[in-house]
Design a binder for this molecule. Structure first.
Ligand code: SF4
Ligand code: SF4
Ligand code: SF4
Length: 323
């Protein structure tokens, strides 16, 4: 049976990780703490209860990043990307249950969920990259990829807990694709395209401190209370009023793997929406601690990240991700 390159990498990683993690048990090292959010970090707040699934954000993202539509049906009439890929940076996914009649309800309901890079505060992809092609901006916290430095090892693909980095598998010299929070637009004084076009304010851009406060305001307000919701940016005066939603009492990204710079709100449990329950300690901090203990500071092998991730996924039921 043929073994794909992807599966080979995963298999090698899982095998090596077992040895590396076992060794770490006998060679304890001083734990490195999670990295902290830069004070001027910016990000996105995606509120699933405001999303109407229009996918204007998906089209705007393509436009802003020079990407052609992705077709998954023979007709090739509509952009039908079903997940992020080597051609698509962000998608809006659909959750349904039973009769699928009630928006934002787990039972007999439906809901939308954005999928793209979460710009982790302590990103595995940056930690594992052997040539620093993946970087995190020390001021904004945006996680970027530099194609000129990338050697195509795909360590970042294996290490990312959310399966975000994607390669152009249909090209002779494939490049890696992921959201860079429209940093080219921000350099021109614009906001990310997905936030710019969202008609309901389901995707908001702004400083992380303000986005976190806004998420707290929504989750601490009782369902049904008339509430103002802004569009485009968290400090916008373009607001519309509607009854507050019945939110899950948690903002995804505030704790998971040390925090992320895309925060998520939802009426349906996150595990059902493709976002697994993850611990607070970042994989990068653990892998680098193990690395220090058994490799004396040399480059951390991909096996460490893959092994930690493999074990985390194995312990997470119904996480909704491809295995
Ligand atoms: S543009 Fe806004 S409402 Fe439309 S799919 Fe995207 S996030 Fe949802
Ligand atoms: S979501 Fe994945 S690709 Fe994005 S910053 Fe985190 S580890 Fe890196
Ligand atoms: S921030 Fe820019 S690149 Fe990222 S999903 Fe939004 S439009 Fe796409």
């Amino acid at each position: 049976m043929a073994v794909s390159r992807r599966n080979f990498l995963r298999g090698a990683a899982a095998g090596g990780a077992a040895a590396a993690c076992a060794a770490a048990v006998t060679e304890p090292a001083a734990a490195r703490e999670n990295l902290q959010m830069p004070p001027k970090a910016v990000g996105l707040l995606y509120d699933s209860t405001l999303c109407v699934g229009c996918k204007a954000c998906v089209a705007a993202c393509r436009d802003a990043n020079g990407l052609a539509p992705e077709f998954t049906t023979d007709e090739k009439i509509w952009d039908t990307a079903v997940d992020i890929s080597g051609k698509t940076i962000t998608v809006i996914k659909l959750y349904t249950d039973g009769t699928a009649k009630h928006k934002d309800q787990e039972k007999d309901g439906f809901a939308f969920m954005k999928r793209s890079c979460l710009h982790c505060v302590d990103p595995s992809c940056v930690s594992v990259c052997p040539v620093s092609a993946m970087t995190k901006d020390p001021e904004t916290g945006i996680v970027s990829h530099e194609p000129a430095d990338c050697i195509g090892c795909r360590y970042c693909v294996v290490a990312c807990p959310f399966g975000v980095p994607q390669f152009e598998f249909d090209k002779a010299f494939p490049k890696l694709l992921k959201c860079e929070m429209c940093k080219h637009r921000q350099a021109e004084g614009k906001i990310p395209a997905c936030a710019e076009v969202c008609p309901t304010g389901a995707t908001l851009f702004g400083p992380m401190t303000a986005l976190k406060a806004e998420a707290d305001r929504r989750t601490s307000t009782a369902p049904g209370v008339p509430t103002d919701y802004m569009r485009k940016t968290v400090d916008s005066t373009d607001v519309h009023e509607r009854p507050n939603a019945a939110y899950v009492k948690h903002t995804y990204g505030t704790t998971e793997v040390g925090g992320t710079q895309m925060l998520l709100l939802s009426g349906v449990p996150f595990e059902k929406m493709g976002y697994p329950a993850l611990r607070e300690r970042s994989y990068a901090s653990e892998a680098e601690t193990i690395q220090e203990g058994i490799y004396g500071g040399f480059v951390a092998p991909m096996a460490l990240f893959a092994g930690l991730l493999f074990m985390a996924r194995k312990n997470t039921k119904n996480h909704g991700e491809e295995e």
